[in-house]
Write a protein that binds this ligand. Sequence first.
Ligand code: ADP
Ligand code: MG
Length: 398
Amino acid sequence: MSRIIIFTGKGGVGKTSVVAAHALRAARSGMNTLLVSADMAHNLGDVFEIETGGERAEADKNLTLLELDPGKIMREHYPDLNRSIVQMISTSARSADIGSGFMIPGFEDLFMLLGIRDLYESGEYDLILVDCAPSGETLSLLKLPELLEWYMEKFFPVGKFMTRVLSPVSEMLYKVQLPGSDAMDQISVMHRNLVELQDLLRNPEVSSVRLVTLPEKMVNEETKRTYMYLNLYGYHVDRVFINRVLPPQPENPFMENWREIQKQYIEEMESVFTHIPVTKIPWYPEEIRGTAAVERLSRELPATEELFASREAESDIGLWTGGSEVYEAVEEGYCLKLRMPGAKDVAVKLHDQDLEIRALNMLRIIPLPNVLRRAKIVRTELTEDELHVVFRPEREAL
Ligand SMILES: Nc1ncnc2c1ncn2[C@@H]1O[C@H](COP(=O)(O)OP(=O)(O)O)[C@@H](O)[C@H]1O
Ligand SMILES: [Mg+2]
């Protein structure tokens, strides 16, 4: 079964460089590899120093690059959809010229993800690596069916039948042109495709997410949040890369000081990702450009078998519990469940927006969702292999 690995992280942390290194490693080991960019700020071509121009391009033996063009996916697969939405907006807002290139905010990302699903379905590749948009934008995608539902409610408050009946009326009364039935068909196809896409991206046997971060305060904070949300929405984060780790330079006190600062943030990341492998990548004296530079970076990655190992079947209810946390609504508020087989003395403490768990000499930091900000811990329980922490959120947060 082929795999999809998605790379995300704050802008500029080295997502494209790290994904390129994965791609080269995979291709050289004989896997038919596709590296797709779903980041509007495409730069795959720059890294491999080839022209991509929106079409598939061969970067190396077994290695194809593709920078997805959401406009093209939309024009080819859902032509009526956008046309009628643009029409609706322009008639209701009476704005003279929105133009045919107009795209509804948030839709680019949806179309790009749909493109990834089509590529997976084609079965052409052993491995699909996705260079994703910076974490902020990626997160909105996690909620894609909700996002689409929102659009549907806003633009398509009535069913298809009602559209047919109401169209002439709405045009007369409200000067709004409701979408035709072709567009409604496309909306429902798109909705179904998005639900399927989400299932695919949440299936741990097929898909996983890798986070790229830097040993810096703000980047760390964003990485923790991203991880928390991915976990919350049932995506499987299986690796973390800390990029730009300074090499030792004992003769240089300035750099040594920065190394000390980095060390602190690396330790913090290692406390958050106790159950997920963390790989450190050195800061090189020059940019990652061209195949030789990508190859050098790829030598820092773990062994190939480890890097692209297939997932064990996760037979239960579809929740990933391999050391990650799961939240459940309970009477008092929420219960966080964390697999901790064999743990005995566990101390749990809230610190800022994190939960600190100490067991023996281990510290695990769990970034909490907003709803648990300023929550109270009502009780903690230790079952045979799980820790349960029950929270009562502040009143207004509920
Ligand atoms: N380990 C590294 N050492 C030196 N330069 C790096 C390293 N990782 C990334 N870079 C450079 O930093 C810049 C941003 O990296 P890039 O991979 O494009 O980040 P992103 O895709 O997250 O925006 C690029 O110029 C890249 O060549
Ligand atoms: Mg990039």
